[in-house]
Design a protein around this ligand. Structure first.
Ligand code: PNW
Length: 469
């Protein structure tokens, strides 16, 4: 069979996030973030792992950019650590923090790699959390100030800016389920947080638009999945509507349509009256964006059979505490997430139908698997190659059918700090030996280099494996 070739100019990339890779937690005047506090709180992160050192990328970025160049990446998606720029989250700017990203951006440019910058990938300055965190409206205003500072320094060299990564996770894992920083378990607070994150996005996009040269693009990255009822009952159908509402439409509708979904307001009425929404907010949130970033890993399968959240495990679904996520039979990754490339097909066709004029980019897709040692001493991650290939095949098919999909960023370039799972889950196409910080290419990295080089995938994943070329 012939290779599946992507359109000319399709952007091949890889992604990371500051707290997950940088380490150097106290270097050059960096302040503390909620993830420093959370990871240093016993019992919050598996094995007590923290991002203090991580992959030491802060000191090794030149080596890592060389690695990206060897891979042939056209673009690199990274995030800026807010507390490196504004250690206390206020107007005081730490120039040494900006200097780091200045050097990174120049190093990328020297290798012909396009920087794709995310302003907020979950590391809120701890001082802002102390002042109310995302529960406080001021945090959204602070974010716009921070956006302006970063755009002022890097705007001349960064063509694509993302305001927030996955605000659902920040709001509902951070403030309702409490499994992410800051570890709060208060459903009403999580809904306030969601609104203030959306406001931050709108104010931040506005600040970026005024600070950036014309032609620079602005995006928002959301975690999106198809949501399917686990069975044919009305309860499961209702649960699917509720989960899709809280996880997806609560963000998509105000950003792209300028209003909150009525059913979500109704579902959450027992928890909050939404009085924190001020007149005019729903005109700020839909600030125009140029691209929608999609982070896709697995579909969500739900039913309504729960008795409410079990003790000690607060619900991520305020007002819908009875909904349960169900694992389906079939192959899963090391996260226990179902492997369903079909889910990406469903998702892309839905977005194309509902927002036909919005260009899309896959800002994250990838999988954690336990290392399988290969005969060559490398990591023989055929499972990861299969995952990536099958999702790319779906992306290719979507493009053929008219979806305006501009690029693909594998998650992740490097093994890294996988949030509450610490270093136990490895998402990288490049292996990191943490004691020595040695980077080594997994088979998937060799495979991805060929994908980029040929701008396409082989219909048969096995023939793409190293040694079979
Ligand atoms: C995303 N969930 O996180 C993040 O953007 C990355 O930083 C992360 O490493 C990657 O996906 C893999 O997890 C998520 O529980 C974390 O639904 C948790 C969830 C979704 C996304």
């Amino acid at each position: 069979m012939t290779r599946l070739v992507f359109p000319e100019g399709f952007v091949w990339g890889a992604g990371t996030a500051a707290y997950q890779i940088e380490g150097a937690a106290r270097a050059d005047g960096r302040g503390l973030s909620i993830w420093d506090t959370f990871a240093h709180t016993p019992g919050k992160v598996l094995h007590g792992d923290t991002g203090d050192v991580a992959t030491d990328h802060y000191h090794r970025f030149r080596e890592d950019v060389a690695l990206m160049a060897d891979l042939g990446l056209a673009a690199y998606r990274f995030s800026v650590s807010w507390p490196r720029i504004q250690p206390d989250g206020d107007g005081v700017v730490n120039e040494r923090g900006l200097d780091h990203y200045d050097r990174l951006v120049d190093e990328l440019a020297a290798h012909g790699i396009t920087p794709v910058l995310t302003l907020y990938h979950w590391d809120l300055p701890q001082r802002l959390e102390d002042a109310g965190g995302w529960g406080a409206r001021e945090t959204a205003e602070r974010f716009a100030g921070y956006a302006a500072v970063v755009a002022g320094r890097l705007g001349d060299r960064v063509p694509l800016w993302t305001t927030l990564n996955e605000p659902w996770c920040s709001a509902f894992l951070g403030y309702a389920a409490g499994t992410h920083a800051p570890g709060r378990a208060d459903g009403a607070l999580a809904l306030r947080a969601a609104h203030h994150l959306l406001l931050a996005h709108g104010l931040g996009a506005g600040a970026l638009r005024s600070a950036l040269p014309s032609g620079a693009e602005i995006a928002l990255a959301l975690n999106l999945s198809p949501v399917r009822p686990a069975d044919a009952t009305d309860g499961a159908a209702d649960a699917a509507r509720r989960v899709d509402g809280l996880a997806h439409r609560l963000f998509l509708d105000p950003v792209l349509h300028g209003s909150y979904p009525a059913d979500v307001l109704r579902d959450t009425a027992p928890v909050t009256d939404w009085s924190f929404v001020r007149p005019g907010d729903e005109r700020i949130i839909p600030a125009p964006i140029d691209l929608l970033g999609i982070n896709y890993y697995a579909p969500l399968v739900v039913d309504g059979g729960g008795e409410g959240a079990p003790p000690g495990h607060p619900s991520a679904w305020p007002g819908s505490e009875h909904v349960r996520l169900r694992e389906r039979p079939g192959p899963v990754t090391a996260m226990g997430w179902n492997i369903e490339p079909d889910g990406l097909r469903t998702l892309l066709s839905r977005l194309h139908k509902e927002y036909p004029d919005m260009p899309l980019v896959i800002t994250e897709n990838g999988a954690a698997f336990d290392d399988v040692p290969g005969p060559d001493g490398g990591v023989a991650d055929t499972d990861r190659i299969g995952y990536l290939r099958d999702h790319l095949a779906v992306a290719h098919e979507a493009i053929e059918s008219g979806v305006d999909l501009r690029g693909y960023f594998v998650w992740s370039l490097l093994d890294n700090f996988e949030w509450a799972f610490g270093y136990s889950k490895r998402f990288g196409i490049v292996h990191v030996d943490y004691p020595t910080q040695r980077r080594s290419w997994k088979h998937s990295a060799h495979w991805y280099r060929e994908v980029i080089r040929t701008n396409g995938i082989d219909p048969d994943p096995v023939r793409d494996a190293p040694g079979r070329a």
